[in-house]
Design a protein around this ligand. Structure first.
Ligand code: NG6
Ligand code: CA
Length: 499
C-alpha cells in the first residue's frame, strides 16, 4: 500500500505526488477573538487572515485544556491530560512529562519518513527528574527521545526560569564562564529578586507573582543564577524562533518534514521587538499579536519562495484561551477598550467556560484544501495526531494515542462531520463535555472568580450547569429544564473517565 493511501481516497488531493510537509503553528494564549479574521477590530493580522482566506477557518475548534501544559501534552500524545497526573502547568525545572516510551505526534511523522522538528515554547519538562537537571551538560532526557530530530526550545515559558533556549538537549549558546543554576525552592545567595529589588525591574514590572529572579530587567517565576550570553533577551525571542523555524524548513526542503512551531507570543511577559512596540492602541498585548502575525508571514513567505507551499499543510491554532493581565504591568487591561479576546464566549484562560478552551484554528494547504471556507464542525486538537497519521498512512501502535480519533476529512474541509463531543479541562481540573448543541459543566465548589490574580470567571458552580451553545455566551443554565440531557452528558463523561 502506498504510504499516502488516504490521499488517493480524497478527490481534491488525488494528484498529490508526495506526502505533504506539515507545520503545526501553536500560538500561546491567543484567544478566539484576537485576530482580525475572527472579528478583531483593534488589531490587524494580515498574514493569518491571508491563510484563512486561502484555506479553512474553523469556528468550533477546541484545545483540550485551558492552560498550556495539559493542552500540549494531549495534543502531542493523543491522550487526555486529565488521565495522567503531573500534567498541570509545569515549572521550568520539571522533569520530562511525556516519557520516551510514549508514542508522540513526532514519532508518527518519523515513522512515515519525515524529518521532525520542535521550535519555540515547550513547557512539558526536560530531563529525567524534576529539579535535578544539570543545565551545564547534555540533559538526561529531551525531545530527541520523543521523536524530534531537531529542537530549539524554551524549557517552559518566558516567565519561568531558566531563561535560555535549549538546542538538541543542551543550552544553546552556552557560556562556560557563567554556569547555570536553577531552583524552584530557594534563591541563590546574593542574587536580586523582583520582590526585594524592584528598582532592578527596568523593562517590565509584575502585577501578581513573577517576583523571583530578575532576568533582562523582568521578574520571573523561579530562581536562577548565571547563564551569561546564553540568556535570552525577551525582545528577540520571536526573531530567534522564526529564524530557527525558517532554517529548519530550508534545511529540510527536499524531504517531507513535520515542524511543531510553538510561538512564545502572546504569553507574558509581552515584550515584543522594537519593530512592533508602540504600534497598537492596545499596547504590548496588541503589539505581541502583531508580532505573532509577522512570524506566520515569515513562514508562509519562506514556503512560497522555496516553491513548496502547495506541498505544505499548515495548521494554526492556540494552546488555550486568552488572558489579559496575566501577572505583568503591561497595561493590557487599561488599553483593551472594546476588544473581546475570547470573542463572543464567556470566560478566558484557566476557565471551564468556553472562552478557556475554544480556540482559533486555520487549516491551509494550497491547491488541496479549498480556499475561503468557514467550518463550524466541532473539532478537538486531541484528534490531530491520529488524523495526521491517517494522512501520511502511519499506523499508530496499539494502545498509543488512546483518545485521538481520525477526523482528517473534516480537518481538510472535505466534510463538516462533527466529533460526537469534546471534553474540556479547566485549570482547577473541572471537566466539561459538549456536543454541537449542549455543554455540561461538572459541579464543583471552587470560587466563581480566580482569586490569585487575573480577573477571570472560572465557570465553577456547586450546581450542575447545562448551556445551549447555539447562544455562544454561557449565561442561561438549562440544567433544571433538560434533566435528560444533563444525564446523557454526565454518563458520556463518566464512560470516558472509566475508559
Ligand atoms: C501562572 C502564571 C501565569 C502563566 C501561567 C501559565 C503567576 C502569578 N501566573 O501561574 O503568568 O505563566 O501560570 O500559563 O505566576 S500557560 O499558558 O503556560 O499555561
Ligand atoms: Ca498558554
Amino acid at each position: 500500500m502506498r504510504p499516502y493511501f488516504l490521499l488517493s481516497l480524497l478527490p481534491a488531493v488525488a494528484t498529490a505526488q508526495e506526502r505533504p510537509n506539515v507545520i503545526v503553528i501553536l500560538a500561546d494564549d491567543l484567544g478566539y477573538g484576537d485576530m482580525s479574521c475572527y472579528g478583531a477590530q483593534r488589531v490587524q493580522t494580515p498574514c493569518v487572515d491571508a491563510l484563512a482566506e486561502s484555506g479553512i477557518r474553523f469556528t468550533n475548534a477546541h484545545a483540550i485544556a485551558s492552560t498550556s501544559t495539559p493542552s500540549r501534552y494531549s495534543l502531542l500524545t493523543g491522550e487526555y491530560a486529565w488521565r495522567k497526573p503531573g500534567t498541570d502547568v509545569a515549572a521550568g525545572d520539571a522533569g520530562m512529562i511525556i516519557r520516551p516510551e510514549q508514542f508522540t505526534m513526532a514519532d508518527a511523522f518519523k515513522s512515515a519518513g519525515y524529518a521532525t522538528g520542535a521550535i519555540g515554547k515547550w513547557h512539558l519538562g526536560l530531563g529525567d527528574k524534576s529539579g535535578e537537571q544539570d543545565w551545564n551538560a547534555p540533559l538526561s532526557a529531551s525531545l530527541g527521545d520523543l521523536g524530534f530530530d531537531y529542537h530549539y526550545i524554551m524549557a517552559a515559558t518566558a516567565d519561568r526560569v531558566p531563561c535560555v533556549f535549549i538546542e538538541n538537549g543542551m543550552v544553546a549558546n552556552y557560556d562556560a564562564t557563567s554556569p547555570i543554576e536553577v531552583s524552584y525552592k530557594r534563591n541563590f545567595e546574593g542574587e536580586p529578586t523582583g520582590a526585594k529589588n524592584p528598582e532592578l525591574l527596568y523593562n517590565l514590572k509584575h502585577s501578581h507573582g513573577h517576583d523571583m529572579s530578575i532576568v533582562n530587567g523582568i521578574g520571573r517565576i523561579g530562581f536562577m543564577k548565571g547563564g551569561g550570553k546564553a540568556l535570552w533577551k525577551d525582545e528577540n525571542i520571536a526573531d530567534s524562533i522564526a529564524q530557527h523555524a525558517i532554517n529548519f524548513i530550508c534545511n529540510n526542503r527536499e524531504k517531507p518534514f513535520f515542524l511543531y512551531l510553538a510561538t512564545n507570543d502572546i504569553h507574558v511577559p509581552r515584550f515584543p521587538h522594537d519593530r512592533f512596540r508602540g504600534k497598537n492602541a492596545m499596547g504590548l498585548r496588541g503589539d505581541a499579536i502583531a508580532q505573532f502575525d509577522w512570524t506566520v508571514g515569515r513562514v508562509t513567505r519562506t514556503l512560497d519562495s522555496l516553491g513548496i507551499r502547495e506541498n505544505t499543510l499548515i495548521i494554526l491554532s492556540s494552546d488555550n484561551g486568552p488572558v489579559v493581565d496575566d501577572g505583568y504591568d503591561d497595561k493590557a487591561e487599561d488599553l483593551l477598550g472594546s476588544h473581546k479576546p475570547a470573542g463572543p464566549y464567556r470566560g478566558m484562560k484557566y476557565s471551564a467556560f468556553e472562552g478557556g478552551s475554544i480556540v482559533p484554528c486555520i487549516v491551509n494547504w494550497k491547491g488541496h484544501v479549498e480556499a475561503g471556507q468557514t467550518s463550524d464542525a466541532l473539532i478537538s486538537q486531541i484528534d490531530w495526531l491520529t488524523s495526521l497519521a491517517k494522512l501520511t498512512g502511519t499506523r499508530i501502535p496499539r494502545g498509543a494515542a488512546p483518545d485521538s480519533e481520525d477526523h482528517i476529512s473534516t480537518l481538510l474541509g472535505y466534510d463538516r462531520a462533527d466529533r460526537d463531543y469534546v471534553i474540556e479541562f479547566a485549570a482547577n481540573h473541572t471537566l466539561s463535555i459538549r456536543d454541537k448543541r449542549w455543554k455540561y459543566i461538572t459541579p464543583n465548589n471552587g470560587s466563581k472568580m480566580i482569586t490569585w490574580g487575573p480577573k477571570i470567571e472560572t465557570g465553577n458552580d456547586p450546581e450542575p450547569q447545562l448551556y445551549d451553545m447555539t447562544a455562544a455566551y454561557e449565561s442561561d443554565n438549562q440544567a433544571c429544564n433538560y434533566p435528560d440531557i444533563v444525564e446523557r452528558l454526565k454518563k458520556q463523561l463518566e464512560a470516558e473517565k472509566t475508559k
